[in-house]
Design a protein around this ligand. Structure first.
Ligand SMILES: CC(C)(COP(=O)(O)OP(=O)(O)OC[C@H]1O[C@@H](n2cnc3c(N)ncnc32)[C@H](O)[C@@H]1OP(=O)(O)O)[C@@H](O)C(=O)NCCC(=O)NCCS
Length: 153
């Protein structure tokens, strides 16, 4: 399932420049931005990095990075470009990522999100993620993390 006029594909090395641009437009450096090297590492390792692009122009609209392990996978990062927000891009990326996690027989998908990030929390809840617990000062600057998860079994 994807938003209209979007294609979703697995990232390859030639996507890294676009990914880094989107990353720096979406987060501040104190968030610990993913670098070109980090993206290359995740691609090489076979971690799940999905990109949404506009079908015609090829412009990057969003990405999600999921780290799969045997017993659970973790949504490590997710962003939609400002121009594409509110059009179902993140929802489509997460749907696709959840499908992949299920196909790999991983029973649980987890994530942490800043308590203040209400758009992201609303998105995760609408997809069936539940709040598991709150980790105080998780981000180091008096900012709590909401830990969420969805089980597939
Ligand atoms: C959070 C983010 C990824 C959402 O991306 P998006 O592509 O705009 O989201 P979608 O259009 O797929 O929205 C799906 C749902 O998310 C929620 N949502 C998205 N934006 C919202 C907003 N501004 N306010 C409230 N809820 C919002 C809604 O539940 C929405 O469903 P609806 O359209 O039926 O109401 C995007 O705002 C973003 O990149 N933010 C900066 C980076 C970030 O915070 N990443 C998440 C880190 S955990």
């Amino acid at each position: 399932m994807s938003a209209p006029n979007l294609v979703i594909h697995k990232a390859v090395n030639s996507d890294v420049r676009d990914l880094v641009k989107l990353e720096s437009a979406s987060f501040v450096s104190s968030d610990g931005l993913l670098t070109e090297r980090a993206f290359r590492y995740h691609i090489k390792r076979g971690n799940l990095c999905l990109i949404a692009r506009e079908e015609i122009s090829g412009e990057i609209a969003g990405y999600v990075l999921v780290l799969p392990h045997r017993k659970s996978a973790r949504v490590y990062s997710l962003a939609t470009s400002a121009r594409h927000q509110g059009k179902g891009v993140a929802r489509s990326l997460l749907h696709k990522a959840m499908e992949e996690v299920r196909q790999r027989n991983i029973p649980l998908l987890k994530l942490e999100v800043r308590r203040e990030n209400t758009p992201a929390i609303a998105l995760y809840q609408s997809l069936g993620f539940h709040i598991q617990r709150i980790r105080q000062n998780y981000y180091g600057t008096n900012e709590d993390a909401i830990c969420m998860q969805i089980a597939f079994i």
